[in-house]
Design a binder for this molecule. Structure first.
Ligand code: IMP
Ligand code: MG
Length: 191
C-alpha cells in the first residue's frame, strides 16, 4: 500500500523522469530493514543520528520511525565555497550539530555517497570530538565514483554512475518531493 501518490500524479516532475529505479514501496521496505538492523545493533547505546541537510530529509524522517530503541537526531548544513574547493571535499559548515557528540555513539546518515569527499571531510571533523563510535549509514551508494574509501555500516542500494533524483535528491533544487527515485530525461539533465 502506498502512502503517497502514483508517479503520474506528479505531473511535470514525473514527466522529467526517464526511468524509475526504486519505487516508493522498494525504498520503504529497505528503510524498514535498515531501521531494524540499527535497533538491534545499537540497543542500549542511545545512538545519535546525524544528517546533512537537505537531501537526507525524507530518508531520515522515514528511518527514525523504523527505529524502535531510544535515539536522538541532529543535523548539519554545509555549502561549498567553489567548484574547486568542492572537488577537494572542502565545505563551509553553515550549521553545526547542536548536541555534544563527545563519547556518543554517532551514526552519520547520508542520502547518497558519490566521491565521498564531502563525507570524508565531515567525518574527520566529527572524529576530532572523540565520539565513542562513528559509523555511516547511506541510502544510496555510488561505488564506482568513490575517490576516498569509506566504510559503510548500513547501505540501502548501490547505484550506477548516473545522476538520480527523488526522495530528497534534487536537480537544481527540484524533484526532492518525488516519493520514488529515478533517472532524469537527457533533455532536462545537463551535467
Ligand atoms: P560527494 O560524495 O562528496 O561526491 O557528494 C555527494 C553529494 O553530491 C550528495 O550529498 C548529493 O548532494 C550530491 N549528489 C551525488 N550524486 C547525486 C545524484 O545522483 N543526484 C543528486 N545529488 C547527488
Ligand atoms: Mg546532499
Amino acid at each position: 500500500m502506498s502512502r503517497y501518490f502514483p508517479p503520474e500524479a506528479y505531473g511535470e516532475l514525473a514527466d522529467g523522469i526517464r526511468e524509475v529505479l526504486f519505487t516508493e514501496e522498494e525504498i520503504e521496505e529497505r528503510v524498514r530493514e535498515i531501521g531494524q538492523a540499527i535497533s538491534h545493533d545499537y540497543n542500549g547505546r542511545n545512538p545519535l543520528l546525524i544528517g546533512v541537510l537537505k537531501g537526507v530529509m525524507p530518508f531520515m524522517a522515514d528511518l527514525l520511525r523504523m527505529i524502535t530503541i531510544p535515539m536522538e537526531v541532529d543535523f548539519m548544513a554545509v555549502s561549498s565555497y567553489t567548484v574547486e574547493s568542492r572537488e577537494q571535499g572542502m565545505v563551509r559548515l553553515e550549521k553545526d550539530v547542536e548536541i555534544p557528540i563527545e563519547e556518543r555513539h554517532i551514526l552519520f546518515v547520508e542520502d547518497v555517497i558519490d566521491t565521498g569527499l564531502t563525507l570524508n571531510y565531515l567525518l574527520r571533523n566529527l572524529r576530532a570530538h572523540e565520539p565513542a563510535s562513528l559509523e555511516v549509514c547511506t541510502l544510496f551508494n555510488k561505488p564506482r565514483r568513490r575517490l576516498i574509501p569509506i566504510s559503510l555500516k548500513y547501505k540501502g542500494f548501490d547505484l550506477p554512475d548516473r545522476f538520480v533524483v527523488g526522495y530528497g535528491l534534487d536537480y537544481r533544487e527540484k524533484y526532492r518531493n518525488l516519493p520514488f527515485v529515478g533517472l532524469l530525461k537527457p533533455e532536462i539533465f545537463q551535467p
